[in-house]
Design a protein around this ligand. Structure first.
Ligand SMILES: O=C(O)CCC(=O)C(=O)O
Ligand SMILES: [Fe+2]
Length: 331
């Protein structure tokens, strides 16, 4: 069988390899779409209102969506389209460049022996500093570097705006979070239709270990967030970005803001394509509750660790972490 899930146009039943255990699979229970995850208008002229909305959403859900973010629609659509083209290229052509060039491409067999059989194909690569990272990006489609580069410039700009709003809301000095956001990763996913979504997952339940993640989820639902022990679906808002608080901002805020677990479910009819950008600290950056936030009444709830140490000790996907994050190929 073709190695990449997106080529399984005719699969009528879910292969055993991709059937998740009863604990992990979504099952047949209907999950409500949530219309309460806040949608925040970044063009609101009252900056303090935006700050308050972001802080409230980040406390309650760990998630919010932003509209009027200033990222031009054609830049977003261009990136979506060129990634779609990449995902439909012959697998050999993608794979021969990937994995040796600092970027990772994973089809379904990347997970075969490890048991994390995600219903998606995925591409990951660094994207900051831009000029330097771009040298190693896919060379095909030929417009990939220009188009995704333009998208990344916009996402960088937007991420600094959002980090500044969060810094302000937490009472941190100007530029505090922006200053430590020195690494940026793009991860693009293609989740094809699945004959039985109750058995499969596009992405297992996890926390993001970023400062924040900025996701374009297109126009097909599939992302679910765990809130008070229950899954809720994140509604599609045209042209909005979904933003979530990563574990690093949770630590810096000493738990005031929360990072929520989330997962991706599949659906029977439609393909879903998403572009997530992780905004991360650099590996040696020490992450700890901010000094201005902790005091005798509010002692630090998290140890101070370099981002690298944190990533090494915490396993966001449990035993499947290495294979999902690094794309280890079958042994
Ligand atoms: O594709 C999505 O909807 C979410 C992806 C995600 O959560 C991740 O890449 O960490
Ligand atoms: Fe995530």
């Amino acid at each position: 069988m073709e190695n990449h899930v997106s080529r399984w146009f005719n699969v009528q039943t879910v292969p055993e390899s991709h059937t998740f255990s009863i604990e992990d699979r979504p099952g047949k229970k209907q999950i409500p779409l949530c219309r309460t995850i806040p949608i925040i208008d970044l063009a609101n002229s009252e900056r303090t209102e935006i700050v308050q909305e972001i802080i409230k959403a980040s406390q309650e859900y760990g998630f919010f969506q932003v509209t009027n973010h200033g990222v031009p629609e054609d830049v977003i659509n261009g990136a979506v389209k060129v990634l779609e083209e990449l995902f439909t290229m012959p697998v050999d052509e993608i794979s021969k460049e990937a994995n040796s060039n600092g970027w990772v491409y994973m089809g379904s067999t990347s997970f075969a022996t490890k048991g994390a059989h995600l219903w998606r194909d995925n591409l990951k690569h660094p994207c900051h500093p831009l000029e330097q990272s771009m040298q190693n990006w896919p060379q095909k489609p030929t417009r990939y570097r220009d188009i995704v580069g333009a998208y990344i410039v916009e996402i960088r700009r937007l991420s600094l705006i959002i980090l500044e709003l969060i810094s302000q809301g937490l009472g941190l000095e100007k530029g505090y979070l922006g200053g430590i956001s020195q690494v940026q990763f793009l991860t693009a996913s293609n989740y094809p239709p699945c004959p039985d979504p109750s058995l499969t997952l596009g992405l297992l339940k996890h926390f993001d270990h970023s400062l924040i993640t900025i996701l374009f989820q297109g126009n097909v639902e599939g992302l679910q967030v765990l809130k008070d022990g229950k899954w809720i679906g994140v509604e599609v808002v045209p042209n909005a970005f979904v933003v979530n608080i990563g574990t690093q901002v949770e630590i810096i805020s000493n738990g005031k803001l929360r990072s929520a677990q989330h997962r991706v479910v599949t659906n029977k009819e439609k393909s879903r394509a998403t572009i997530a950008t992780f905004i991360n600290p650099c590996p040696d950056c020490i992450i700890e509750p901010a000094k201005v936030i902790v005091n005798e009444a509010n002692p630090p709830l998290y140890p101070s660790l370099s981002f690298k140490e944190f990533v090494n000790v915490s396993k966001p996907f449990g035993p499947f972490t290495d294979v999902i994050q690094n794309g280890c190929i079958d042994e």
